[in-house]
Design a protein. Structure first.
Length: 479
């Protein structure tokens, strides 16, 4: 069985053999872009090449990119640990063509890599192609369809809609269709006679998307029309953890060697067992194994936990992990910092920045855990009272003011309150909470940061037009 390290290396070697320069991952923390807090896709670091602002030294590059999807346009946080293939932090393997090769080579190489190098059985693969959208004046991707037909049976090429199979950065600018590759990982028994086709893009836990190939070929103008781009680009992204799960024949990303080391360490420290089920303790194991990666790699890349902006994103991931071990693994002392060396060692030769700063990162994490553990018990009692009060009053909602008190006095991020509420079949009055937050913000005026779409469009006057707004990210309060 190939290890995850070998699988990553084979990807890079394959694209090197096709003339790609192998480049390092950009930091997961984005420091110089007002529109993005964290790298959420491999292409982020190359956006100036797509926009034509800069020229790449090499027209073909490939890498593995540390990504984080917990805010803004891509927010997978609520899936993490509940499903087995969405992570907060993950590695996106990618290959790019900047005005060089296009659909023919991209599709051929995807196929060659998956079926020849990695030897994924052909009858497990489905691909999707953009079906077109008349209302939006977008053509069907006949070209990608034609290229796929050279390799795969026509009935395994599925038509996809704009949501899944068309990429655009905003209302205007570079855009184009994409083709995605999905793998049916069900066992023969599970498969029976049911075709995997209807399960593609349908949240089936064993029929999962692994690779997206985006073909940037149009420029969307202000009036909505599409102009062909003079230089066409390829932008691909494949989730390493999902690929490893497929190649290691596992039914969950957490059963691969990407996560097994930290899960085993968690078992040892907490004296609990990971049981491969949907029980809360198993979800806790998965959440912890996931979240320590997000926490460790962002801190190593220079983002300390704090009460504002990107720092608060890290703090709320960390607090979420703490609550999981505290409540469901019955572990009441700092745990995450003990796992950090295991993680650092595992990634020593891929992302060495964590190992290089391991003492510092562990110390920061430990202090964060200590601080939250000081108020957590009282906070959990408080929310228990609130929940019982709501139940007694036949109320299905936690008031905004109560959520705010949990935040303000006990350090509960809103998503933690929401999570606990949901576990008790309650909702949170989020707009009430927002109102309280706003009032507080009005009281203390500090710096703000905004996380929006993949990037921001500069309009004609040079002002930024923000296309999205995640108010949870503009915390400006100092506790
Ligand atoms: P999904 O539909 O599963 O949420 P996506 O369409 O949002 O994935 P893309 O933006 O196309 O994902 O990213 C390219 C690839 O990155 C995906 O095909 C998948 O393999 C991987 N990926 C995306 N999101 C995650 C995540 N949260 N955790 C792990 N891998 C991911
Ligand atoms: Mg997604
Ligand atoms: Mg998708
Ligand atoms: Mg996709």
């Amino acid at each position: 069985m190939l290890t995850s390290a070998e699988i990553r290396q084979q990807f890079l070697d394959f694209f090197a053999s096709k003339g790609h320069a192998i480049v390092p991952s950009a930091p997961i923390v984005v420091k110089n872009d007002p529109t993005l807090l964290f790298t959420n896709a491999g292409m982020n670091q190359f956006k100036d090449f797509f926009l034509g602002n800069k020229l790449s030294a090499s027209s073909r590059v490939a890498d593995t990119q540390k990504c984080l999807r917990v805010s803004g346009k891509h927010n997978d946080l609520e899936e993490v640990g509940v499903d087995t293939y969405h992570h907060t932090m993950f590695e996106m393997l990618g290959n790019w063509s900047f005005g060089d090769y296009f659909k023919k080579e991209a599709i051929e190489w995807s196929w060659e890599l998956l079926t020849k190098v990695y030897q994924i059985p052909v009858d497990r693969i489905y691909v999707t192609v953009f079906e077109g959208d008349e209302k939006e004046n977008l053509p069907k991707d006949e070209e990608a369809f034609g290229e796929w037909k050279k390799w795969i049976a026509e009935d395994r090429i599925l038509m996809g809609n704009k949501k899944d199979n068309f990429w655009e950065m905003g209302d205007t600018g570079p855009c184009g269709p994409c083709t995605e590759i999905h793998v049916d990982c069900r066992t023969d028994e599970e498969r029976g006679s049911t075709d995997g086709k209807t399960l593609v893009n349908n949240d089936h836990p064993q029929v999962i998307e692994i690779w997206n190939n985006v073909f940037i070929q149009f420029n969307r103008m202000k009036d909505g029309s599409l102009q062909p781009l003079p230089a066409k680009h390829v932008d691909t992204g494949m989730g390493l953890e999902r690929l490893v799960r497929v190649l290691q024949g596992k039914s969950s990303n957490y059963d691969t060697d990407v996560f097994s080391g930290t899960i085993a360490a968690t078992e040892k420290i907490t004296h609990q067992k990971y049981g491969y089920s949907d029980s809360r303790s198993d979800i806790a194991f998965r959440v912890i194994a996931d979240h320590i990666r997000a926490i460790g790699f962002t801190i190593a890349d220079g983002q300390l936990p704090s009460n504002t902006g990107a720092g608060y994103v890290i703090r709320r991931i960390l607090r979420r992990a703490v609550r999981y071990y505290y409540s469901y693994l019955d572990y009441k002392q700092p745990l995450l910092f003990q796992l950090m060396p295991v993680l650092a060692k595992q990634f020593e030769h891929v992302f060495s920045e964590l190992q290089q700063q391991i003492d510092f990162v562990s110390k920061v994490v430990r202090e964060e855990e200590d601080a939250f553990l000081r108020t957590l018990d009282k906070g959990l009692k408080k929310i228990d009272d609130i929940i019982q009060g709501a139940n007694a009053a036949n109320n299905t909602t936690i008031q905004g003011s109560a959520a705010f008190e949990l935040y303000d006095t006990y350090g509960f991020p809103i998503d933690l309150t929401r999570l606990i509420a949901r576990e008790n079949n309650l909702q949170v009055d989020e707009s009430g909470f927002e109102k309280e937050m706003q009032q507080q913000k009005d009281r203390s005026r500090a710096a703000t940061a905004v996380d929006t779409e993949d990037w921001v469009v500069l309009n004609e006057t040079g002002l930024m037009s923000f296309v999205g707004y995640d108010s949870l990210e503009i915390e400006s309060r100092v506790m």
